[in-house]
Design a protein around this ligand. Structure first.
Ligand SMILES: [Mg+2]
Length: 256
């Protein structure tokens, strides 16, 4: 059985017709017991549930929310709690107060809304900073002595997250793969921005959709074409193309 770990925004979502086609093929594979689907996203669970109802997202076997700090299993309800094994492991290393201290005094920094700031995720926007890249570098410098407990994820030249060192999309998926006895050799990751890079580094196969941001394209170049496939098509069509490339799906229509 394959595992597809896919980001949502900018990866599955962006072209509804393409997503409908991909979702149907994913549903067939899941129905045949050939695919385990993990949705791996910066969204909150409630926004994933909305996406299942309104945006055509395929039904998943597990959901990673808030950049891999929360793992949920179906049935998905707005009041569902993340699985405690993962949450407790992360809480043991992370202090929200200390994470906030790394952001002090950065000019132009704006905290993300409260719903994106949790006990395990400290998130801000840097696009209002005079030089966002310089601000991100300064925050990384401050966190550097504490990399055993914290990590910085910088995405889309806007979003900066300080997460537990053990979290992030890649490690959360690894945890789930081990917990559920999935085949780690048959995990395919799909994404479009920097917070997806951790999945690409953690596993042997990554799909970057054609609309991927420069920071992920750099990772694709670094990993090389054996491990990271840059799709010629954007959004869900690119995921479908990549799944065909890695042999998870038979040749995708519309791709020569
Ligand atoms: Mg994305």
């Amino acid at each position: 059985m394959w595992t597809l770990a896919s980001d949502i925004d900018g990866t599955l979502v962006g072209d509804r017709a393409a997503l409908d086609r991909l979702a149907a093929r994913i549903a067939d594979l899941r129905g045949a017991g050939k695919l385990f689907l993990i949705l791996s996203t910066g969204r909150r669970l409630a926004q994933v549930i909305d996406g299942l109802a309104d945006e055509g997202l395929p039904e998943p076997d597990a959901v990673l929310c808030q950049v891999g700090t929360e793992i949920y299993r179906p049935p998905l309800k707005p009041q569902s709690e993340p699985i405690p094994e993962w949450r407790n492991r992360l809480l043991a290393e992370y202090s929200r107060d200390e994470a906030l201290s790394f952001l002090e005094g950065i000019e132009g920094l704006v905290m993300q809304p409260d719903v994106f700031n949790t006990q395990l995720k400290t998130s801000c926007y840097l696009d209002g900073c005079p030089e966002p890249e310089v601000a991100a570098a300064e925050i990384r410098r401050r966190v550097e002595p504490h990399v055993d407990r914290y990590q910085v994820v910088w995405s889309s030249a806007r979003d900066l997250d300080i997460l537990p060192a053990s979290s992030g999309k890649g490690k959360a998926i690894r945890f789930l793969v081990e917990l559920d006895g999935l085949d780690a050799e048959r995990v395919v990751a799909a994404g479009d921005t920097g917070n997806d890079a951790a999945m690409f580094f953690e596993f042997d196969r990554g799909i970057a959709v054609a609309n991927a941001k420069p920071e992920l394209l750099e990772v694709v170049r670094e990993l090389g074409e054996d491990r990271a496939y840059l799709a010629r098509t954007p959004y869900a069509a690119g995921v479908e193309e990549g799944l065909a490339h890695f042999g998870v799906l038979d040749g995708a229509p519309g791709v020569s």
